[in-house]
Design a protein around this ligand. Structure first.
Ligand code: GUN
Ligand code: ZN
Length: 427
């Protein structure tokens, strides 16, 4: 066991942030030998119970849960900042040509290593990420994540139409590959598989039906895709699937909406779509830096809360512009102002932070596993240094309450705020 004495940030069952200014975090193996949080709370109240445990004292530092990124594309690490008038030309001119390089396992492995280092530098300890359509890209990322002991979920993109040579896959082979990757990687250590139809316009009915059959056969694997991101994309989906009530309903028709299904964007929704998300336990990965960069639109946080469906924050690199959860939370704050029926403040800082940690974990079906500093959670956490820059030090020192402290870090923070990222080591 090992203990850390510093301030502690975590979330209660209602998602409210809790702050312990003089806290103790104790980590150690559970009965299965996995490294978990054994205790988290007030130092005065706890330290006598752990008298024999070595304590690292970190004055002025805040221990916080590692961030959870609900949607990112590791093969798009080098696509960040590619200008395009909108989603579809961005895919055609930059993204698909770049992703074709991931047929090469060595290239994929080199990018995977850089990507995981970048996640860690930015304080992201769990990610649901796309790979490309090449099985080698999945093996490369899982291999690199396994070597680091990370909790990571990915899957091979399914895209058997409207995709150029080099990324387009074959219907039957894509489903065979998906199933063998599930058997090879899902549940190995902290790794999880996600069935990954890229988006309905890139998949034939046969491929979507096959994906739905695999999802039914493997109920504990994840499903990830994109939906209702861009108006041209929505129009195209309606043309391709004229019988579906909405773009989202296409996925329902193929058995691709359920718990552990995560759809990026979910911008151009009506209340029937929101009700369908809620009824099926499907989650939205809200990607504000991407939506602002590609001019896709504004996620309706008010609508999501009104109907009450699962959602959390995501970077969506490389449509997204930053690996930093601070940048994503700030962009979500800007977006939260759009179209509000009740003018006023946007999302609170505590809510923003929850949506990128414990709330995102809940949306992924990983509540109590990651995204919080509570007994039994994986021991993935961050050491934050609120004095990391002169302005952060000046501003955080003046915070009068927790909301002001969190807001200072959301607005001014980036990778410099993350002094250390601690990943649970296998026992
Ligand atoms: N829709 C289909 N593929 C993609 C992708 O790679 N990025 C985004 N943002 N949307 C998509
Ligand atoms: Zn995406």
């Amino acid at each position: 066991m090992k203990a850390y004495r510093a301030s502690l940030l975590n979330f209660d069952d209602e998602g409210q942030p809790q702050f312990e200014s003089d806290g103790l975090l104790v980590v150690g193996p559970d009965a299965q030998g996995s490294q978990v949080i054994r205790a988290a709370g007030n130092w005065q109240a706890l330290h006598a119970d752990y008298a024999g445990v070595a304590v690292e004292h970190l004055p002025g530092r805040i221990l916080a849960p590692g961030f959870v990124d609900m949607h990112i594309h590791y093969p798009q690490t080098d696509v960040i900042g590619a200008p395009a008038p909108g989603l579809l030309p961005w895919l055609e001119n930059y993204t698909f040509p770049h992703e074709s390089r991931f047929a090469d396992g060595a290239y994929a492995a080199a990018t995977a290593g850089f990507f995981l280092d970048e996640l860690a530098r930015n304080g992201v300890t769990t990610a649901l990420t796309f790979s490309t359509s090449h099985p080698a890209s999945v093996d490369a990322l899982f291999g690199a994540a396994q070597a680091r002991g990370l909790r990571l979920i990915t899957g091979k993109c399914l895209q058997d139409r409207h995709s150029p040579d080099g990324v387009r896959d074959d219907t039957e082979q894509s489903l065979i590959d998906t199933e063998s990757l599930i058997r090879k990687w899902h549940g190995v250590g902290r790794l999880g598989y996600a069935i990954t139809p890229r988006f309905a316009p890139s998949c034939t009915d046969a491929q979507l039906a096959g994906a739905g059959e695999l999802a039914a056969k493997h109920p504990d694997v994840w499903i990830q895709s994109h939906v209702a991101e861009n108006l041209d994309e929505v129009r195209w989906a309606h043309e391709l699937f004229p019988d579906a009530r909405s773009y989202l309903a296409v996925y329902e028709g193929f058995g691709l909406m359920r718990e552990r299904a995560v759809y990026a964007h979910c911008i151009h929704f009506d209340d029937e779509d929101r009700a369908l998300m809620r009824a099926t336990g499907t989650a939205a990965a809200v990607s504000p830096t991407s939506n602002l960069f590609l001019g896709s639109g504004f996620f309706d946080f008010e609508g999501a809360d009104r109907v009450g469906y699962l959602h959390g924050l995501a970077s969506d690199v490389g449509g997204g512009t930053s690996f930093s959860p601070f940048h994503t939370m700030l962009a979500a704050y800007y977006v939260g102002r759009e179209g509000q029926t009740k003018p006023g403040l946007s999302l609170s800082p505590g809510r923003l932070w929850w949506l990128h940690t414990a709330g995102a974990a809940r949306a992924l079906g990983l509540e109590g596993v990651v995204g919080n500093l509570r007994r039994g959670c994986d021991a993935d956490f961050l050491v934050l240094n609120p004095q990391a820059t002169p302005l952060l030090a000046r501003k955080t020192a003046q915070a009068r309450d927790l909301a002001e402290l969190l807001f200072s870090m959301i607005v001014l923070g980036d990778d410099r705020l993350i002094e250390r990222t601690v990943i649970a080591q296998a026992g």
